[in-house]
Write a protein that binds this ligand. Sequence first.
Ligand SMILES: *Cc1c(COP(=O)(O)O)cnc(C)c1O
Length: 361
Amino acid sequence: MSDTQPTVRLRETLASVPAYKAGKPAAPREDLVTYKISSNENPYPPLPSVVQVVADAAARMNRYPDPAVRALTEALADRWGVTPDEVTTGTGSVGVLGTLVQITCDPGDEIVYAWRSFEAYPIVAALADAKSVQVPLDSQAKHDLDAMAAAITDRTRLVIVCTPNNPTGPSLGDDELRAFLAKVPSDVLVVIDEAYLEFVEPDKQLDALAIYRDHPNVCVLRTFSKAYGLAGLRVGYCIAHEPVAEALRKAALPFGVSDLAQLAAVASLEAYDELQERVDALMTERSRVADALAEQGWEIPESQANFVWLPLGDDALAFAAAADQEGLVVRPFDGDGVRCSIGEVEANDRLIEVCREFRTR
Ligand SMILES: *Cc1c(COP(=O)(O)O)cnc(C)c1O
C-alpha cells in the first residue's frame, strides 16, 4: 500500500452518495459562439440595479452578513403574505433542502420522491443516511401521485414533490396535489419544490401557498437561482409552519446567506416587474422551441419550466455529443433523455437545428 493511501475513516454512507454532475462550462471555440444550456440558468445578465447594490456591498465583505437575514425575510413575508417566522433562507434552495432532510430524517428513514427528478435529491438523502424511495414518473413524464402515496411507509419522514419537474417539465395541478396530500399521514413533511414556479403558464399555476395554509405538514421551497437570475449568489428559501421553520433556523449553516446575496435578493424582489418581462420572453421562446420540435415530429412532455426534455433513451449521450459539435452544452442522462435549457435566442435556434439534424441523421 502506498503511504499516500488515505487511512481516515469516513462515513459508510458516502459510498452511496452519487457525485453531483455539474453542468460543464461551454469550451470556447474559434469558429462559433458556444452556449451552456445544461444548468437551467437565466441567460440574461443581472439587472443593473441589482449589480449596483452588490457592488456597493462588496466594500463591506470583511463583515459577517446579518445572521437573521432580516431584510430579506421581511421582504419575502411581505411578498407572499406570510409572517417572517414562516420564512427561512439558505445557501440556495438545495442548501435549505439539505437542512430539511437533517431536521426530519434519522439514519434509515425514508424520503419519497418521483424519479427521474432533481439530481440533488438522492445526494441530500444519502448524505443523511436516509433511504431514497424513488417512484417512477408516469408515461407523460409526470409525478405518479397515486404510486407515491402508496410508497409511503411508517419509516417515511419526508416527501418531495417537484413541480414543474426537473428535468422533464410537467407541472402539477391543485386538485391532484390536494388529493395526494389527503393520503399523506399528517406527521410526514411534504416539500413542494417550486424552483420553476415563475415559468408556469397562468392557467396551469398551482396555488402552493393556499395548499400550505391548509396543511400543517406542507412547506414550500423556492429559489432566486432561476427566474431571478441569481444562481451565482446562492440564495433560496422555505415557507414553513412552526415547528418546521424553527427547526430549520436551528439547523441552518450560520451566516450561510452572504450579505451580497441578501441584498441582491431584496433588490430583485423590488425589481420583479422588470424580471417578469424576461421570464415572459423565455416562456415565449420555450413555446417556439416546443412548437418547432413538434413540427419535426418529436414527442416531448409539456414543459412548464425553462427547459425542454428530449426522451431519447439510449441516444441521450449521442445527442449530447452532436449538440457539443455545434457548440451547445446540454445535460444528458445516460439511457434516459436530455435536458436542454431555454437560453439566448441564438442558442434556441441552434438547438432546433441540432434536433432537426439528429432526427434525420
Ligand atoms: C435549480 C433547482 C433548484 C435550485 O437550486 P438552488 O440551490 O436554489 O440554486 C431547486 N430545485 C430544483 C428542482 C431545481 O431544478
